[in-house]
Write a protein that binds this ligand. Structure first.
Ligand SMILES: [Zn+2]
Length: 268
């Protein structure tokens, strides 16, 4: 199981996180070890070096769920291999929190997995495929990989409306559309605490960002964003650990402050 094998890292910026292998063993000249941060028993996340994207991992008795897939097919393949290394199993379920390239272009690396996204995600990706490829290149993603990611876009096998409950085996998970905000089709992942001592974990997608101002593009729905964060806070409550799409794990107070800042910023 995941628990004992996860490297424990200091919270902080992605580029300041120390791979446990190089911190505890003799560092070698080869590639750094993957860095995963354990958030609760069987629940982890990592921050990718490229664009500081959060990837979540939830391990149940019967399934292994990945939250988002990185910016390229190559990143997705590395995540697939890391998840296998950490859990000894294949990823069975993939949740796409929204259709921006840095969350979905790695999805083609998981051909056997069930893929969950909001029910309007497929139409969005079909429409925005080219724009997302261009955005990827603009943000410094390798152009060939961005092209491949756009070409191999994955359709959801399990579209989600308002909510969908998953049971990964002794690990209930809820996928919830808290309303539009960062996009019109945001999906968040609520992992209930395994015991009273374990807080719930909420993977927020880009509805919450810690390492920068929340990004609001043409596809954002600013007027509805604060209400989506109210719904998010109602889901996780005061004690949950909130995992932003980019940046360090935050608490309810941070989410509430960001909600208020967004309301001021957009006059909502
Ligand atoms: Zn985004």
């Amino acid at each position: 199981m995941l628990i004992g094998r996860l490297p424990v890292v200091r919270p902080g910026r992605a580029d300041s996180v120390v791979p446990v292998d190089s911190a505890q063993n003799t560092p070698g000249p080869a590639a750094p070890a993957p860095v995963w941060e354990q958030l609760a028993p069987g629940v982890a996340r990592r921050r990718l070096p490229h664009l500081d994207v959060t990837i979540g991992l939830v391990v149940g008795d019967d399934g292994v769920l990945l939250v988002d897939t990185g910016s390229t097919p190559a990143e997705g393949a590395r995540l697939r291999d890391q998840a296998r290394e950490l859990t000894g199993r294949e990823v069975t379920d993939v949740v796409l929190t929204h259709g921006h390239f840095d969350h979905v272009f790695g999805a083609c690396a998981f051909p056997g997995a069930r893929v969950y996204g909001h029910r309007s995600l497929d139409a969005y990706l079909l429409r925005e495929r080219r724009a997302q490829r261009e955005a990827a290149v603009r943000h410094g993603t390798d152009a060939a990989q961005a092209g491949l990611g756009a070409e191999r876009l994955v359709r959801t096998s399990h579209p989600v409306g308002a909510e969908l409950a998953l049971d990964l085996g002794a690990r209930p998970v809820r996928l919830v559309h808290p309303g539009p905000g960062h996009t019109g089709h945001d999906l968040v992942v609520l992992v209930a605490g395994a015991s009273p001592r374990d807080p719930a974990v909420v993977f927020c997608g880009d509805l919450v960002e810690e390492s920068g101002e929340p990004q609001a593009g043409e596809d954002a729905v600013p007027a509805a964003w604060p209400a989506a964060l109210d719904a998010l806070l109602a889901l996780g409550g005061e004690t949950a650990r909130y995992v932003p799409g980019h940046g360090a794990v935050v608490d309810a107070r941070f989410v509430r402050a960001q909600r208020d800042a967004l309301a001021r910023r957009f006059g909502a």
